[in-house]
Design a protein around this ligand. Structure first.
Ligand code: MN
Length: 315
């Protein structure tokens, strides 16, 4: 798993340990992501399936894309399609994905890069592997997270952030047993590069076998831990988790994730995404690629898209 990594964790800034009186977050539940297919047929795990939308808020949806090893000619993406009312965050861990939108945003992301697309009032985009990768085949692994926008920002102008892996803030735990990558938001006062409308944090942590990660987490944010690979446990009462599972945490000042002492050789460390934000607490009307507050707004989005008001696919 490349993402971005460092050889010597001890040179990184250390995250402070929980203080006296800080409360650990309990695990409310652990869910297992069902497998499905997206776009033109790439395999995904639906990370948040079965979780109450109120517990996900401000997040709506997350897919783990792959991990899959494509044969030559096999890599798949999505055709041009619209979005309105939220943000799509694509984090590539292995492989390459090309993005283009009809507002001039786009680029190629690979190995630890993130594209943060604010659909806002409406955008058309395409997400696909580059032609050379289609011909050659290869490894493909990443996530796509959907972050809701509050009513006041749903019709903002579209925005595109290209976050290179080298900009990601790297930290380590107090005993240097975990690599913590802050992609957006902040951990213990160390801010990541992603700029968000809704206060939130997105972290990718790699935890050495047998090590514990203690992560301070804003008390007003929700907290979710998704296991990309490996096995371990979440919370002080050590709820077991493994690849494809999400732990939903309750309130508190910090969270803990423990990597099991023995891991499979194909995934020698525990890889988790930790994410949370300030809940928006507004009515949710979600259909297909549109996330609005009311059903009438979703129907208006379909009508605007069909009438060409999202603009046109670039030549
Ligand atoms: Mn899309």
């Amino acid at each position: 798993m490349p993402a971005i990594t460092v050889d010597d964790l001890t040179v990184l800034p250390r995250i402070k340990e929980p203080g006296l009186g800080d409360q650990p977050r309990p695990v409310w539940k652990v869910t297992t992501a069902p497998k499905g297919y997206e776009g033109e047929g790439f395999p995904v795990r639906r990370a948040f399936a079965g979780i109450d939308p109120q517990q996900l808020d401000p997040f709506i949806h997350m897919d783990q894309m792959g991990e899959v090893e494509y044969a030559p000619g096999e890599p798949k993406g999505t055709p041009w399609h619209p979005h309105r009312g939220f943000e799509t965050v694509t984090y590539m861990i292995d492989g390459v994905m090309d993005h283009h939108d009809n507002h001039g945003g786009g680029g190629s992301i690979t190995n630890g890069d993130t594209q943060w697309m604010t659909a806002g009032s409406g955008i058309l985009h395409i997400e696909a592997p580059p032609e050379w990768l289609v011909q050659k085949g290869g490894l493909f692994h990443g996530i796509q997270l959907w972050v809701n926008l509050p009513r006041a920002a749903k019709l903002n102008d579209p925005r595109y952030q290209d976050i290179h892996s080298g900009e990601v803030r790297l930290l380590t735990s107090a005993d240097a047993g975990a690599l913590v990558r802050v992609i957006a938001g902040e951990v213990d006062g160390h801010a990541g590069p992603g700029s968000t409308y809704t206060p939130m944090s997105l972290v990718h942590a790699t935890i050495e076998p047998g090590a514990r990660l203690e992560l301070p987490w804003p008390v007003e944010h929700n907290a979710l831990v998704y296991v990309l690979s490996g096995r371990g446990s979440v919370g002080l009462d050590r709820q077991p988790v493994e690849m494809g599972q999400t732990a939903v945490l309750g309130a508190g000042d910090y969270l803990t994730v423990d990597a099991a002492g023995s891991q499979e050789s194909r995934s020698p460390k525990l890889e988790v995404l930790v994410l949370g934000g300030r809940p928006i607490r507004e009515p949710l009307a979600w259909a297909g690629p549109f996330v609005m507050n009311t059903k009438a707004e979703v129907l208006a989005a379909y009508e605007d898209f069909q009438k060409g008001r999202f603009g046109h696919i670039p030549a």
